[in-house]
Design a protein around this ligand. Sequence first.
Ligand code: MN
Length: 138
Amino acid sequence: MDQKLVLYIEDNFHNRRLARKILQSRGYAMAEAEDGASGLELARSLKPRVILLDIGLPGMDGLEVVARLKNDEELKHITVIALTASAMRGDRERFLAAGCDDYLSKPIQATELIGKVEFYLAHNASPQSGGLADTARV
Ligand code: MN
C-alpha cells in the first residue's frame, strides 16, 4: 500500500488535471478513474488510503460507489472524500449518510485539498465508517 497515493474517481478531465497538479506538487501520486466501475477496480488493486470521489459520475454515481466501497471488507477502511460542485442544502449530510468520510466542494482549492488529504493520511478514518467526527476522536 502506497502511503502517498490518492485515487481520484472523476469523469471531468479538468478537475483530474487540477487535482493531479496540486497533489504532485506536494509529493503525492494520484491514480485516476473516469467512472465508478474502474474506480472500484483500482481501489481493489491499489488499496489507496484516500479516495477522492466525484458524486456526479456517468453510470454508477458516486453514492453507489461509496456504498460498494463501504460494504466491502477489504475496502471499507479507505477514507472517501466526496468532491462535488453540488452545494444544495443537506448535501453534505446526504454524502456522509451514504458512507463518505468527508466532503469537499468544487472548485477545488489547493490548500483545502492538501489539508484534507494530509489529515486523513495522518489519522485513519474509523473502521465503523466514521466520518470526520469519529476521526477527530482518534
Ligand atoms: Mn462529474
